[in-house]
Write a protein that binds this ligand. Structure first.
Ligand SMILES: [Zn+2]
Length: 177
């Protein structure tokens, strides 16, 4: 299990189960490898797919309550807690597929950090969100969970690009909660 959760939110339990299922699918990695080059990254899509497939990193999902109650942030990852990904407690009432998307998005940051914690290899710190590894890979996970046929996933991913969820804002450089 690459993603663990010890809390009591049923929707997180389901989302974590789905996230682990997706991480066990070869199809998930071949879909990542087939992507066009990610923004904000010098790595090729197949290099990123390989890093994700072979990583031994395990993370634990935790919830947090943002100080600003109207925060749009869905979740985040911080270097100071390299084995955790955080979900906004106030944003848990949505499709579990969408929660899995956020978990996988944050997991991509965690794997990036473990790969080389001196630099960000495949994040979205260059001013772009669109077509970056965390967003695209999170979307691939959600589309798989939504049950699309493999043949339809690529065209579905193109549609997803246009409705990319900009609400996921996180900061790899925050050291504390
Ligand atoms: Zn992110």
């Amino acid at each position: 299990m690459k993603i663990n959760y010890r809390g009591n939110y049923e929707q997180i339990k389901l989302a974590v189960e789905d996230a682990n299922d997706v991480l066990n699918l070869d199809t998930f990695y071949s879909l990542i490898a087939k992507c066009e080059k990610f923004n904000c990254s010098k790595k090729t899509a197949s290099e990123v797919a390989e890093i994700l497939k072979t990583t031994t990193l395990e993370v634990e999902v935790k919830v947090y309550k943002p100080k600003w109650i109207f925060s749009k942030v869905l979740g985040y990852f911080v270097k100071g807690k390299p084995n955790c990904v955080f979900l906004n407690k106030r944003k848990l009432y949505r499709d579990t597929g969408s929660i899995t998307n956020t978990i996988i998005h944050e997991y991509v940051h965690a794997v990036d950090n473990k790969y080389n914690n001196k630099i960000i290899d495949f994040g979205h710190n260059c001013g772009a969100h669109k077509n970056t590894a965390p967003y695209v890979i999170g979307n691939i996970a959600e589309i798989i969970i939504d049950g699309y046929e493999i043949n339809d996933i690529e065209s579905e991913l193109k549609l997803f690009k246009n409705v990319i969820n900009y609400e996921i804002v996180d900061n790899l450089n925050i050291e504390d909660l």
